[in-house]
Write a protein that binds this ligand. Structure first.
Ligand code: ZN
Length: 409
């Protein structure tokens, strides 16, 4: 019975955290209305969040003539680190519970050598910990453009030439961080979760437009992983059965050989052209493509036209198969959205461009690293003892003077 009560309290704390996260500064009454809990139940729960340094005061509001103190999530209180791995470079993103990105860093790296890549990922992790001091760290999640086995912490990614690489063990050994704070997942899955976090539509598909093409599928608000954790590898749908190009998976005819970034850039320009230069950021390479399209370059326009047609074919398959409310195009599909024209409506499915850029997987990974706290705020230790009138725990109609700001400096 006691355990059940504890479980309910943790769930209610998580509910308040999510309500504050979704709706911004709220008074106790607004929080009660928004969460469905009673005002009496909210008061001690808010005190608990406050003692953990997760919330702070945010001014007052006046409702029905009575001032009410507003409470919000404390920016920078708890942070998650997302790492993303791509052929030729790595990225790091630090996000807090409010969704604010505190750090985004990118570094060139020969990712085809897994041990070297893990060394650099450990460097990025240490630098992120140093550069955002004063935060509680929930963990690190690594986004992989391939298959990630979360149970074993390993990843296999043909485009990186990674096979059963022990990502979690490797990072734990290099950083000294505990294994239960480290995780690895597929980047399209993580990007889909990041998109869903911004717009919690129940049925959503995120389509990554990078060297590889993969889908993160959310159905009824839940990420679809499949029996073997391989759901969403749509880049390997055989949509081009007469195609002559071999895919990274070893087969021919994969959708990725038509709409993957490499296929697109090959169609745009010869291999010695600047758009193929891996030292340039994807965004810069897309700017070059865009410039040529605007000047009417025939080869670029033809590549855009053919890629858009192949993209539309695959999108119609996804819309028919999965019946999502929304398909979000990521990566270079989003960067060239004005030129890669695909039908915006597939029945009742809307097709939109992501605003998260090429680092959507890294942003989703940082968010995933925060999941531990979002699911159970009590994993953050209590920092202060309850006081008579301190911080956000005090009820809004408490008439005593202003509270100290606590450790928010
Ligand atoms: Zn393939």
């Amino acid at each position: 019975m006691q355990a059940q009560t504890e479980g309910r309290r943790e769930a209610n704390l998580a509910l308040l955290l999510r309500t504050l996260r979704a709706r911004g500064p709220l008074s106790r009454s607004q929080l009660a209305a928004g969460s469905g809990l009673s005002k009496t139940a909210v008061t001690p729960l808010l005190a608990s969040l406050d003692q953990r340094g997760l919330t702070e005061r945010a001014g007052t509001t006046t409702t029905q003539g009575r001032p009410g103190r507003l409470v919000r999530l404390r920016p920078g209180a708890v942070c998650g680190i997302g790492l993303d791995v791509h052929p030729g470079h790595l990225g790091a993103t630090v996000t807090d519970l409010t969704g604010e990105v505190h750090l985004r860093r990118k570094t060139a790296c020969d990712t085809s050598a897994p041990e070297h890549a893990l060394d650099r990922l450990a460097d990025l992790t240490r630098r992120a910990l140093d550069d955002v001091p004063g935060a509680d760290w929930t963990g690190v999640t690594v986004a992989i453009p391939g298959r990630a086995d979360r149970a074993t912490g390993t990843a296999t990614a043909p485009r990186l030439r990674w096979r059963e690489v022990s990502v979690v063990d490797g990072l734990a050994a290099r950083t000294g961080l505990p294994i239960d704070r480290l995780d690895v997942d597929n980047e399209a899955n993580l990007a889909a979760c990041a998109e869903h976090d911004g717009d919690p539509v129940g049925h959503l598909v995120y389509l990554s437009g990078d060297h590889g093409v993969a889908a993160g599928v959310i159905a009824d608000g839940v990420l679809v992983r499949g029996a073997d954790n391989h759901a969403g590898e749509v880049g390997h749908l055989a949509l081009d059965p007469l195609g002559s190009t071999y895919c990274a998976c070893g087969r021919r005819g994969c959708w990725e050989t038509q709409v993957g970034l490499d296929a697109f850039l090959d169609a745009c320009a010869p291999r010695d052209d600047r758009v193929h230069d891996p030292r340039l950021a994807q965004g810069e390479r897309m700017s070059i493509v865009r410039g040529r399209a605007e000047r009417g370059d025939a080869r670029t326009l033809d590549a855009l036209h053919r890629t858009a047609a192949a993209l539309a074919s695959g999108i119609s398959v996804l819309a028919t198969l999965l019946n999502p409310r929304k398909i979000v195009l990521g990566g270079y599909f989003a960067a060239l959205q004005d030129w890669l024209v695909v039908p915006q409506d597939q029945g009742r499915t809307r097709v939109t461009a992501s605003t998260l850029g090429f680092s959507a997987g890294g942003k989703g990974a940082a968010l995933a690293a925060l999941r531990r706290v979002l699911d159970d705020p009590t994993v953050v230790p209590v920092k202060s003892r309850p006081a008579d009138d301190r911080g956000s725990g005090a009820p809004e109609d408490d008439r005593t003077g202003s509270a100290p700001e606590g450790a928010s400096a």
